[in-house]
Design a protein around this ligand. Structure first.
Ligand code: ASP
Ligand code: MG
Length: 406
């Protein structure tokens, strides 16, 4: 008999029918002899609706009050699910974050979990009840309601699993697992049986939006086995774990991409100490996040400096960069907001040479020009023109043998 934390996202509890089918799934696991703690999100669209209401009053609503408001979505679903379970003959009890006592800091709208009191949940479990907990919310030291940031129910699930030392945290969602890449771009994309925390973090931060990134960080830190699976279809989903557990290592686990990037270049900057700082300092001061950075080797005492930012920050960054460039006596500033980043991710990269050259060859074959390259231990990223995104991802997916049936 295992202790399992299950988390159901907004679409999984998006209607009464769906809540009833979640209740069925939970009862079935209960019948199989498992102890269950179930975390739910608000019904799909509800959190957005609540935020719109708040903004109808004040475009920048008071953060404390916003949390009081948007935490209500989850209170609705915990109650409905518990009723559905009880009706099913499965004893259940619902708790808000504050009732459990999911203690957080006081950073409203993006609070971090500090401590979870597992006592109340343990007592219910011992008495044979399913415990239903509101995701996304907690309470601070002063008793204020807090929320954990959009998608925060995933983090609630993982945090509860860590606190309870659960055998597994299962995240039920509308996809049946983590894929080698986005199946909308590559129809041959495959569901992965397993992936490491590290790889998942890279995939998630590169734009594969399956789980809230913080939940994966949390799972990794506390070594919580995390499983992503569909609440609509049967299947084992994808297990996210640490690297050790006898995993057969694929060379490349997946291909992630990001359409939201833009690049900026300063040409002919004097090659002197402090130049990188003088270019990026004002960008950081404007709260613009920089992703890739490339500086060329100086040939004639001047150098070119290129970096990427989020596409939404492009105009602002360009404006700042023009001012910096004239102060520095640089020759020219250029930029391109129609670029994308494609990345290969895999822990197998650590122990294998030649991955980069296979990647570049596959792109060359398709006539795709690489504009920037960056590498880390388990990732190689290239920046290419936006129009090559689909072609590039497909070419790489097949070059690395990731296509289904291979
Ligand atoms: N309901 C919250 C949101 O929509 C939290 C979650 O679903 O994870 O962001
Ligand atoms: Mg979600």
């Amino acid at each position: 008999m295992a202790l399992i934390v299950q988390k159901y996202g907004g679409t999984s509890v998006g209607s009464l029918e769906r809540i009833a089918s979640v209740a069925e799934k939970v009862s079935a696991a209960r019948q199989a002899g498992h102890d269950l703690v179930v975390v739910v999100s608000a019904m799909s669209g509800e959190t957005d609706r609540l935020i719109r209401l708040a903004k109808g009053i004040d475009p920048q609503p008071n953060p404390r009050e916003l949390d009081v408001l948007i935490s209500t979505g989850e209170q609705v679903t915990i109650a409905l699910l518990s009723m559905a379970l009880e009706k099913h003959g499965c004893p259940a009890r619902s708790y808000t974050g504050a009732q459990v006592r999911i203690l957080t800091d006081s950073a409203f709208n993006k609070a971090r979990i500090l401590e979870i009191d597992a006592q109340r949940m343990r007592k219910d479990l011992a008495e044979g009840r399913v415990v239903v907990v509101a995701g996304f919310q907690g309470v601070d030291e002063q008793g204020n309601i807090t929320t954990l940031g959009r998608g925060g129910s995933d983090t609630t699930g993982v945090a509860l699993a860590a606190a309870l030392k659960a055998d597994e945290c299962q995240i039920y969602t509308d996809v049946d697992g983590v894929y080698t890449t986005d199946p909308r771009v590559v129809p041959e994309a495959r569901r992965l049986d397993r992936i490491t925390y590290e790889e998942m973090l890279e995939m998630a931060s590169l734009g594969a939006k399956v789980l809230q990134i913080r939940s994966v960080e949390f799972a990794s830190k506390y070594n919580v086995p995390l499983r992503v699976l569909s609440s609509f279809t049967e299947g084992a989903g994808t297990l996210i774990t640490s690297e050790e557990e006898g995993m057969e290592q694929a060379l490349i686990s997946g291909i992630a991409f990001n359409r939201d990037e833009a690049k900026l270049t300063v040409l002919g900057v004097p090659d002197q100490p402090g130049v990188a700082y003088r270019i990026l300092g004002p960008i950081a001061d404007a709260n613009i996040e920089v992703d890739m950075i490339v500086q060329n080797i100086a040939e004639d005492a001047t150098t070119d400096f290129t970096f990427t930012v989020h596409r939404n920050d492009y105009e602002k960054a360009l404006h700042i960069l023009r001012a910096t460039a004239s102060e520095l006596g640089a020759r020219e500033v250029s930029g391109d907001s129609r670029i994308v980043k494609i990345s290969l991710v895999g822990v197998g990269m650590r122990s294998h040479a030649g991955i980069a050259s296979t990647m570049f060859q596959a792109l060359a074959k398709e006539g795709i020009n690489i504009r920037m390259i960056s590498t880390s231990e388990i990732k190689i990223s290239v920046v290419v023109d936006e129009k090559y995104l689909e072609l590039g991802v497909r070419a790489l997916h097949s070059a690395f043998g990731l296509d289904a049936g291979k």
